[in-house]
Design a protein around this ligand. Structure first.
Ligand SMILES: Nc1ncnc2c1ncn2[C@@H]1O[C@H](COP(=O)(O)OP(=O)(O)OP(=O)(O)O)[C@@H](O)[C@H]1O
Length: 364
């Protein structure tokens, strides 16, 4: 949901420097697996976030369940941006909510999600999450910024309150600190005394981003941070998020927007029907050799600027997932092997036929 445009807005952002992606993949040794890294300095550091076997399912009436996230497993290193992509309803936002301890009552979780300081976000109690995690160690750029902002308070007042709470700044410095926080997200100072309903979608997005950046959290979650923005604003928004990450923070960006993901992500995780089915370096994924999972390949080829070919069929209901590979019913490569669920390596595709070349080969 976005607020109405004021019409007169001048989204005077600071000039955006060219996008710079971190050069290294996550250096992690876990569960007997080593993921190669180019950043020797980061090798000793634990990941900012380490997720293992994260599952979320919702209890429904009559004993039914919705499996929204199944067995998610990935790491995020300092300085890294991971884009989580996938069709609507595949479980991306539920995964983010699980990391913030914001799941509804009917949710059941399994697995772990450790921050670098050893906090398990899945088992931390609400007091810990509220006092020391949300905003301070995990920041959120929400999916619906206009809905997330307090409607009866100006942007300035919301920034100042968050600064007081998270950084301890007090008057008389508060006003200046509020303006600095706004500038960080390229929110124009002339609009600071406006209420959320007076902001365009783009400005509401910037206000929400400014609020999310205040705590300098080592982990930033951005849930569809570019929804409803035009291309130019998309680029500026994701570049700001990327700049925030710098060398010592990490960004998990959930998005439908593959162009935005290509612009800033170091790695891409593709989700389908509650599972992450591929994790790849962004350069390999968007360039050569391309995605290795048939679904991921289909997602990319569906783009108008690529083949513009939709994936046939529909994803399965998360309340009635098949026993084997959930994509098999839509996959031209499916065979007997797909009756079992393929394992997902820390880097690669969860597919029994993951080699990109196999898609080009004629079928017998
Ligand atoms: N409280 C709930 N009870 C039951 N099912 C739920 C609940 N919350 C979410 N779901 C279901 O979990 C699934 C995953 O939802 P989620 O919002 O994570 O999808 P998404 O990939 O983020 O989609 P979008 O991109 O449209 O936001 C959906 O099928 C959704 O209906």
């Amino acid at each position: 949901m976005t607020g109405p445009s004021t019409g007169a807005e001048t989204e005077t952002a600071a000039p955006v420097p060219p996008t710079i992606k971190a050069g290294a993949a996550t250096p992690v040794e876990a569960a007997g697996e080593t993921v190669a890294s180019a950043a020797s300095a980061a090798q000793a550091a634990p990941p900012v976030l380490s997720v293992r076997g994260l599952s979320v399912r919702f209890r429904m009436r009559g004993g039914a369940h919705v499996a929204a996230v199944t067995g998610a497993r990935f790491d995020l290193a300092a300085g890294e941006c991971l884009a989580l992509v996938g069709e609507s309803g595949c479980g991306k936002s539920v995964l983010a909510s699980a990391l913030l301890g914001l799941l509804p009552e009917n949710a059941e979780t399994a697995g772990s999600a450790f921050l670098g300081d050893g906090t398990d976000l899945l088992t931390a109690d609400e007091r810990t999450l509220a006092r020391t995690v949300r905003g301070r160690r995990v920041g959120l750029v929400p999916q619906s910024p206009a809905a997330h902002l307090t409607p009866v308070r100006t942007v300035r007042s919301q920034l100042e309150e968050t600064l007081r709470e998270l950084t301890g700044v007090r008057r008389p410095e508060l006003r200046k600190a509020g303006e600095a926080a706004a500038e960080r997200a390229a929110f124009p100072l002339g609009h600071l005394d406006r209420y959320p309903h007076e902001l365009s979608g783009g400005l509401a997005q910037r206000a929400a981003t400014a609020l999310a950046l205040i705590g300098d959290a080592p982990l930033l979650l951005a849930d569809e941070p570019t929804t409803g923005l035009d291309r130019d604003l998309v680029d500026r928004t994701v570049d700001e998020l990327r700049r925030h990450v710098g060398d010592d923070r990490a960004l998990l960006m959930i998005t439908h927007d593959l162009a935005a993901a290509e612009r800033i992500a170091d790695r891409v995780a593709v989700m389908y029907a509650s599972r992450i089915v591929e994790i790849a370096d962004a350069a390999d994924f968007f360039g050569e050799p391309g995605p290795r999972h048939p679904y991921a390949r289909g997602l990319l080829n569906a783009l108008p600027e690529r083949e513009f070919t939709p994936i046939p069929g529909m994803p399965p209901e998360l309340s009635a997932l098949p026993g084997g590979c959930a994509f098999a019913a839509r996959c031209e490569l499916a065979d007997e092997a797909c009756r079992s669920v393929p394992a997902l390596p820390l880097s690669g595709a969860a597919c029994h036929h993951p080699v990109a070349a196999a898609l080009e080969a004629p079928r017998a």
